[in-house]
Design a protein around this ligand. Structure first.
Ligand code: NAI
Length: 260
């Protein structure tokens, strides 16, 4: 036992690419990767919104590169990885976080809404993971892919059939890729968050309905704080999780074990 657990969870010398790094969970965990010593590639459609996150990371003494990325476009994903490689070298760790989350009743979901949901939340995760894995395998480097799934990929919620289907796909994709990429020394794990206050959930939990929901459905009777995703992310991204692959970590205040 070394006794230095900072080193165990360190990302020093690694390049970490975060999708959807312009807000919410992605922006927060990108800063965390920087604090853990990584070179951070901040990837999102709204590049101008990445500048502040980049400044924060550089202020902490790490390097950051904002790049444009739309996870629904293959060419955009390849271009983001090309830019990352030109700047830092091969991407070692991916946080596959970009996602959308608007609710819709099942009888009213349009073809376009369904396609957009699956295209972003499932196809996008696959596309980014495959691109990262191809490049790692070619370079014969080990790597870690962390997918942000959801507790709605493990159970279901009203008004979210398209979201639940996409996130369940992320859970299965995580396990399948873990199985197949182990031979390349690439680990693939997922985090399944419960509810955290971000742009995606903004507003709802401040109202009476949202407050009642938290009281009745979340055993810990509160929303998650972004800081509470730091440990699970660093565990999966760093050597601390060296023997973990195919795991889906629930970070949900106990919601998935709520009484039926
Ligand atoms: P957010 O809306 O703040 O962040 C989502 C990010 O993804 C944004 O930066 C957005 O621009 C980006 N994005 C969306 N479509 C994209 C595309 N085509 N290409 C590139 N980037 C794109 O929301 P939040 O909450 O931070 O969500 C992050 C992830 O966490 C999502 O995958 C979401 O499904 C998941 N999640 C969030 C929960 C919550 O309670 N906030 C609960 C469970 C899962």
């Amino acid at each position: 036992m070394k006794g230095d657990f900072t080193e165990l969870f360190s990302l020093a010398g690694r390049t970490v690419l975060v999708t959807g790094a312009s807000s919410g969970i992605g922006a927060h965990l990108a800063r965390v990767a920087g604090c853990a010593g990584a070179n951070v590639v901040l990837a999102a459609r709204r590049v101008e919104r990445l500048e502040q996150v980049a400044k924060d990371i550089e202020w902490e003494g790490s390097r950051a590169l904002p790049v444009a990325l739309d996870v629904t476009e293959r060419a955009s994903v390849e271009a983001a990885f090309d830019a990352a490689e030109a700047h830092f070298g091969v991407v070692d760790v991916v946080l596959n976080n970009a996602g959308i989350g608007s609710g819709q009743r099942p009888l009213e979901i349009t073809e376009d809404e369904w396609r957009m949901m699956l295209s972003t939340n499932l196809d996008g995760v696959w596309r980014v993971a495959q691109c990262a894995a191809q490049r790692l395998a070619r370079a014969e480097r080990p790597g870690s892919i962390v997918n942000i799934a959801s507790m709605l990929g493990l159970r279901v919620g009203t008004g979210y059939s398209h979201y639940c289907a996409a996130k369940a796909g992320v859970v299965q994709l995580t396990k399948s890729l873990a199985l197949e990429l182990a031979r390349y020394h690439i680990r693939v794990n997922a985090i399944a968050p419960g509810y955290f206050k971000t742009e995606m959930t903004d507003g709802y939990f401040d109202g009476d309905k949202g407050q009642a929901y938290i009281r009745d459905a979340v055993p810990m009777r509160r929303l998650g704080e972004l800081e509470e995703l730091e440990g699970p992310f660093l565990l999966l991204a760093s050597e601390a999780g060296a023997y973990m692959t195919g795991a889906v970590l629930a970070v949900d205040g106990g919601q998935l074990v709520g009484s039926l």
